[in-house]
Design a binder for this molecule. Structure first.
Ligand code: NI
Length: 201
């Protein structure tokens, strides 16, 4: 039964691709897997320029979101919801690890993420991760994240990035627990995370 529920969640994956201000031409194109084998090894660079791996985030449950700092609306909305959920259930920000992983490593340098993660309404203590394109691809693959650069018509040198709009709740051992999507409300997210904090499920 659990597997079926998780499979259903992947069907929602396809509906959860977002385009950050662009027409949603890619919605529904990519369902990467029928399994819920989410998470795994990665090596990335944090906003302080330090090399980190998935092991550095273990020991506490994690909330992980993939996006990019130039995203005008979808990513800030998701990260503000993460911050609002934190305010309800973890006001000191010490019960979970809050992680933002860039899908735009060319523009999201550690230095730029250092400022980005402190944006108003984002979770306290948010970690920003980027890396080489290959490092980012490895992390995306581990979490079955879709993203694709899309040129913007206004400028040949500019682009946006279509990407999955999914927040992952992982347990303290890095095992997948739950997805949150764009439609998930802050009270729903807070209730689910709190249940996990209390029961481990
Ligand atoms: Ni975005």
């Amino acid at each position: 039964m659990k597997a079926i529920i998780k499979f259903a969640a992947f069907a929602i994956f396809a509906a959860s691709l977002t385009s950050c201000g662009q027409p949603t031409a890619n919605v529904g194109k990519t369902v990467t897997s029928g399994t819920a084998d989410i998470g795994g090894a990665y090596t990335l660079i944090n906003q302080n320029g330090e090399t980190v791996s998935q092991a550095d985030a273990l020991g506490k449950p994690q909330l992980i979101y993939f996006g990019f700092s130039y995203c005008p609306d979808i990513c800030p909305t998701a990260l503000q919801k993460m911050g609002a959920a934190q305010a309800r259930i973890d006001p000191d920000g010490d019960k979970l690890n809050y992680i933002f992983i860039s899908v735009d490593p060319e523009r999201d340098t550690p230095e730029s993420l250092k400022l980005y993660v402190t944006a108003n309404g984002f979770p306290k203590g948010l970690t920003g991760l980027t890396g080489t394109p290959d490092q980012v691809e490895t992390a995306k693959t581990a979490f079955k994240v879709y993203s694709q650069k899309v040129p913007t018509p206004e400028s040949a040198s500019d682009y946006t990035v279509d990407h999955s709009d999914i927040m992952y709740l992982m347990d303290k051992d890095g095992e997948f627990v739950e997805f949150f999507f764009g439609k998930s409300t802050v009270p729903e997210m807070a209730a689910r995370i709190n249940l996990h904090l209390k029961t481990g499920t």
